[in-house]
Write a protein that binds this ligand. Structure first.
Ligand code: KIV
Ligand code: ZN
Length: 527
C-alpha cells in the first residue's frame, strides 16, 4: 500500500512500467449482449472515439455472420487512423476468407480465430475429438496467416480446458503462425490466482511462447472480470480484451474504464500502462450507453453518475478540506468536466458549439444545425440546460440521424377519464402519415397509433423511464426493448415530455429493427 504522504491523484510517469495492448471488443462481444445491437452509423461513431482515445486494436465484428457485420467491419477498417482492426472468425475457410476481405483495408488488419478447447465444449458443442481440434487449429491459423500478417488465436473456454491439451493447442497455434494467443475465461469461472498461474504455466511450458503476445479475455459471471484481467497481466499477458461499460455476453466483459484506471491509479502495485487517453472514458461510456441503450448503473466504478458524488456530511466535509480524503482519482482525469459555460435560452450558436466541444463532440455542419434547433426548443421549455441534457440531446441526434421513420407530431389526451387517445404523424422516408388511436393509458394509445402506421409483430419487452437531471422540468429518457423472432433491439428517446420521449424511443427501436431485418419499406415491418 502507498503511504498517505506519497499518495497522488495525478498520473505518475513510472519508468519501469510495461505497455499493455488494449483490444476493445465493444462492437463484437459487447454487441452480442441481447438487445444491444447497434446500427452501422452507431458502430462508426463508437469506433471513431475508440480510435481517438488510443485503443490499439478494435474488434469491429464477426464478418461471416451477416452482411451488416461485414459492411461495418470493412467500413471501420478503412476509417481508423491509428487503431488496428480485427474481425472474428471460426476455424472454417469461409469465415477466414470473409474476415480477411473485411479487414484488408485496415492500417493493421487482424484475423481473430477461435475454437473451443475444453472437454465439455469439444464433446457437446463441436462434437469433435481433441486430435481433430488440433488439426483444425493448425489449418485455420495457417490459412489466416496466408491472408494477413497478424493472427490472433483464442482457446474458447480456455479456463475449463485440460492444461496439457491447452498447451498443445497453444503450441500448435504458434507453430502455424499465430502472433497473439488469447486464453479467455469464456464463462467467467476463474478466480484471480488461478488465472494468473494459468498464464505462467502455459508460457513456461510451451516452446517458443515468447514468439506470441498472450492475451486475457474475461467474462464477469462472478463479478471477477477486472480482477482476473489484472491477474492475467501479472501472469505475463500483455494484451487486455475489454469493452466500454463492461458490455458483453451475459454479465459482460471486463470494463475498459476500470482496467485502465486501475493500472493508472495503482501503478505502484501494477507496473503497466496503456495508450488510452483516460479523459475520454466518460464521453465514450455515454455514447456506448446511448447507442446500445444499456444504462450505466449509478454506482458503476469510474463512469457511474455517483462515481464522484459525495452526499454524507462527513464525506462532504472531508472533500472540502482535501479532496484526496475521499477521491482516489480526479473527476477530470476520466473526463468528468466541470462546467464552464452555462447554457440557457439566450445562448447562441457559437456558445453551443463551444459547449459541445467542451463535452467532447465535434459535429458536422448539418448535425450541428439540427442539434442547435433542438437545443433552442429545449431551452425554451427548461430553465437550465444541464450538460446531461445536451449529452442526451446530441446522442439522440447522432444515434437517430439516419432513421427512416421520424416523429413529426404528437397530441395526447390523457387523464382520469378514458379512453386516452393519441394523434400521431410519422414521416416514412419523406412521406407523412397520420393516425389517431385510443388505449389503456396514454402510452398504450401512442404505441397503438405507431402500430397502426407501421404494422409489425415485435413484442414490447421493456419500457423504462428515468429523469436525465433533477427538477420537475427534467428531460425524461425512455428505453424501449422490442423482440421479434428471438432477436431483440433496445433504443432510447429523450424529451422534457415523457410521452414524446416514449414515442421517440419506440420509433427508434422500430428503426433499429428495420436495419436488423434489412427491410426496404419502412411502413411495412411485418412479414
Ligand atoms: O468469450 C470468449 O471466449 C470469446 C471468444 C470468441 C474470444 O468471446
Ligand atoms: Zn467473450
Amino acid at each position: 500500500m502507498t503511504n498517505a504522504n506519497s499518495f497522488s491523484r495525478e498520473e505518475i510517469a513510472r519508468p519501469n512500467s510495461e505497455q499493455v495492448v488494449i483490444f476493445d471488443t465493444t462492437l463484437r462481444d459487447g454487441e452480442q449482449s441481447p438487445g444491444a445491437s447497434m446500427t452501422f452509423e452507431e458502430k462508426l461513431a463508437v469506433a471513431d472515439l475508440l480510435d481517438q482515445m488510443g485503443v490499439d486494436i478494435i474488434e469491429a465484428g464477426f464478418p461471416v455472420t451477416s452482411e451488416g457485420d461485414f459492411e461495418a467491419v470493412s467500413a471501420i477498417a478503412k476509417r481508423m487512423k491509428r487503431a488496428g482492426v480485427a474481425g472474428l472468425a471460426r476455424a472454417a475457410s469461409k469465415d477466414i476468407d470473409r474476415c480477411a476481405e473485411a479487414v484488408r483495408h485496415a492500417l493493421h488488419p487482424r484475423i481473430h480465430l477461435f475454437i473451443s478447447t475444453s472437454p465439455l465444449h469439444m464433446k457437446y458443442k463441436l462434437q469433435k475429438e481433441p486430435e481433430q481440434v488440433l488439426e483444425m487449429i493448425a489449418a485455420s491459423v495457417a490459412r489466416a496467416r496466408n491472408l494477413v500478417g497478424d493472427v490472433e488465436w483464442s482457446a474458447e473456454d480456455g479456463t475449463r480446458s485440460e492444461i496439457d491439451f491447452l498447451c498443445r493447442c497453444v503450441e500448435t497455434a504458434i507453430k502455424a503462425g499465430a502472433t497473439t494467443i488469447n486464453i479467455p475465461d469464456t464463462v467467467g469461472y476463474a478466480v484471480p490466482d488461478e488465472y494468473q498461474s494459468l498464464f505462467e504455466t502455459v508460457r513456461a511450458r510451451v516452446p517458443d511462447s515468447d514468439k506470441a503476445i498472450f492475451s486475457v479475455h474475461c467474462h464477469n459471471d462472478l463479478g471477477l472480470a477486472v480482477a482476473n484481467t489484472l491477474a492475467g497481466v501479472k501472469g505475463g499477458a500483455r494484451q487486455i480484451e475489454c469493452t466500454i461499460n463492461g458490455l458483453g455476453e451475459r454479465a459482460g466483459n471486463a470494463a475498459m474504464e476500470e482496467v485502465v484506471m486501475a493500472l493508472r491509479v495503482r501503478g505502484d502495485a501494477l507496473a503497466y500502462h496503456t495508450n488510452i487517453d483516460a479523459t475520454m472514458l466518460t464521453r465514450v461510456s455515454k455514447l456506448v450507453s446511448a447507442v446500445s441503450s444499456f444504462p450505466v448503473q449509478y454506482n458503476k466504478a469510474i463512469v457511474g453518475r455517483n462515481a464522484f458524488a459525495h452526499e454524507s456530511g462527513i464525506h462532504q466535509d472531508g472533500m472540502l478540506k482535501n479532496a484526496q480524503t475521499y477521491e482516489i482519482m480526479t473527476p477530470d482525469s476520466v473526463g468528468v468536466s466541470k462546467t464552464s459555460l452555462v447554457m440557457g435560452k439566450h445562448s447562441g450558436r457559437h456558445a453551443f458549439k463551444e459547449k459541445l466541444k467542451e463535452l467532447g463532440y465535434e459535429l458536422g455542419e448539418n448535425a450541428l444545425e439540427d442539434a442547435f434547433v433542438r437545443f433552442k426548443d429545449l431551452a425554451d421549455r427548461k430553465k437550465i440546460v444541464y450538460d446531461e441534457d445536451l449529452i442526451a440531446l446530441v446522442d439522440d441526434e447522432i444515434v437517430n440521424a439516419h432513421d427512416r421513420i421520424k416523429l413529426v407530431a404528437l397530441t395526447v389526451i390523457a387523464g382520469t377519464k378514458g379512453p386516452q387517445s393519441a394523434a400521431l404523424t410519422l414521416d416514412f422516408d419523406g412521406e407523412q402519415k397520420t393516425h389517431q388511436a385510443t388505449g389503456n393509458g396514454p402510452v398504450d394509445a401512442i404505441f397503438n397509433a405507431i402500430l397502426a402506421l407501421a404494422p409489425h409483430n415485435a413484442v414490447l419487452e421493456l419500457y423504462q423511464v428515468h429523469a436525465v437531471t433533477k427538477g420537475t422540468d427534467a428531460q425524461a429518457e425512455v428505453s424501449v426493448r422490442l423482440a421479434e423472432d428471438g432477436k431483440s433491439v433496445t433504443a432510447k428517446g429523450a424529451d422534457p415530455d415523457t410521452l414524446v420521449a416514449s414515442a421517440r424511443a419506440y420509433i427508434a427501436a422500430l428503426n433499429k429493427l428495420m436495419v436488423k431485418r434489412g427491410k426496404s419499406r419502412p411502413d411495412v415491418l411485418t412479414g
